[in-house]
Design a protein around this ligand. Sequence first.
Ligand code: NOJ
Ligand code: CA
Length: 694
Amino acid sequence: MLRFGMMVLSFLALAFAAAIPLRAEVAQETSPDGRIWVNVSDEGGQATYTVHFDGEVVMEPARLGLLFADHHGFEADLKIESYTRNRVNEAWEQPWGERREVRDHHQEMAVTFVSTQGPERRMIVRFRVFDTGIGFRYELPEQEALLGDIRITDELTQFNIGGDADAWWTPSRQFNRYEYIYRTGQAGEVDDAHTPVTFRQKDGEHDGLHISIHEAALVDYSGMSLLALRPGSFEAQLRAGFDGIKVHTKAPFKSPWRTVQIAPDAVGLINSDIILNLNEPNKMGDVSWVEPGKYVGIWWAMHIRERTWGNDGIHGANNDDVKRYIDFAAEHGFAGVLVEGWNIGWDGDWFNNGELFDFTKAYSDFDLPMLSAYAEERGVRIIGHHETSGNVANYEAQMENAFALYAENGVREVKTGYVADAGDIVRYDDNGVRQYEWHDSQFMVEHHLRVLEAAGRHQISINAHEPVKDTGLRRTYPNWMTREGARGMEFNAWGSPPNPPEHISILAYTRMLSGPMDFTPGIFDLRPNERPPVREDMQRGDPSNRPQTTLVKQLALYVVLYSSLQMAADLPENYEANLSAFQFIKDVEADWEESVALLGEVGEYVAIARKGRAGGEWFLGAVTDAEPRDLSIPLTFLEEGKTYTAQIYRDGAEAHWDTAPYDMVIEEMTVTSADALDARLASSGGLAVRFVEN
Ligand code: NOJ
Ligand code: CA
């Protein structure tokens, strides 16, 4: 393999009319291993980039640039003026995460484009090329031509995949935010998609090459979706604010990184730290108070109509129920008990009445100080909940006091929620006029950081539901522990339709590339809506809403879906009825020394191994879609020369998500790193294994 350093190639291009030769500059940077090349060019006066892998073009020339409302933009009449380069190969440590040590090994070029027409102005495009893909961002230095407020009306960044690739995506700008069943199809069918969007090339040279497009370090900017210009050719579509402007900024300024992960195989996408590496280091100082762990909660009971959030049924957040959950958590070693529906505002149409939520006032049957003390005595803590129903104005007015109240009562994690249709976030503008925002507009990007900072002042960590997508900000703000941002378990209670069997094996290669997800796994009663109603006026939902998985797959989710706060979501009584399967959830960790995706294909299956930070034990999780599969999983991640007892939870011979989801075999086997574990995964089944060193 030839290894190219950064170089600038010049060649002649004929000027259109006058036949005066113009020099088109091409700046090139490669990955440390030389397999990925990026060429940046000013041909025709436009800023463009091209991506090569193993010497072949994988992304055809695509534009770069920005347009502004009141200033000249960076669209045409540009030339490469200069470039700088940098090399980084260093490791940094995560306070918590899917691995302790993260290696940042990349080669960088920062290309300065200068205008050749109109007022002189400069834009830097900084590229970082890693062995697993590239990141690039715009930087606008302070300059005469860009004085005052800058209002971005369009980002011209394009991504040229080509129409003939497989694609997995969710639609953008639809009412249900990021919570859609994944589409599987051709790149040419993707019209407007949330990122990460994952593609698999199909043409000869690159057959099987995986590409996933996303962004990193989304701050002071609006979220990007991919809008098809032509089949397979996408433009960064920034979410506009209520005023139609996409981003309000000032020079000097930096955009988020646009990321293109590239991997020869599907698991290569998962085994990449690009997104984290492109984020700024921890800004919060000592974060030893951020503590990963497992929790249970007053939650699933509401989703399956066993309880209600408000007083219009059987109120779930009552002292007796909460004590029962605390006792259960203490008995089985869970760190937290989430309590939803504790505060005033849930009665009636809470989805549309966000202004009614009071974040410091509890229902009369919920005694926060008493319950916190009760929990503390048992070595457990309450996990708080702030549902805003998208009324961010109401929440921001109260959040300082709300976090203070929780902190006084020993609460160290708060789940937030923004249940509102996309585009219905409520805020007030500078004139006091009520306005509406998208969940991924600049206003919301900034709102989430205000929440993290306010929470951080009280040593509280955040788990946001209906959030803006993850872009790796947990590196900078380690109290952003997890979030939702895709269809989670709740859809299996009322989703109509529920999550299909292939859901997890797509999530693993799309949403999960962006960071941890509070999916809330571990449902043991797989037909929850077939339980008799608890009361005449609380009829269950449609019985066809149920987890379309085997029981083993529910266990495997604890390893496959990374979350630093990991819920055991079912009712305590359902765990008590199957303590032998529950043992895996009790044993598995939520914080990892190391993680490695071993094998899989997008939309089909995935196998991941992780080594716990506290106990140092390895765990393995594998899941499949509706297709049963025989997997032979090499145990090379285990330490050489040691023997282990593998505690195996596997699908039984009859297991099938639809007809025999509970058919499970629990067995032990002695293994070493030289072995491969052979297992048959049932239709929408899985495999969960704990390795205990002998
Ligand atoms: C939607 C969240 O995803 C879910 O977990 C929560 O229970 C409800 N909103 C109520 O806040
Ligand atoms: Ca949700």
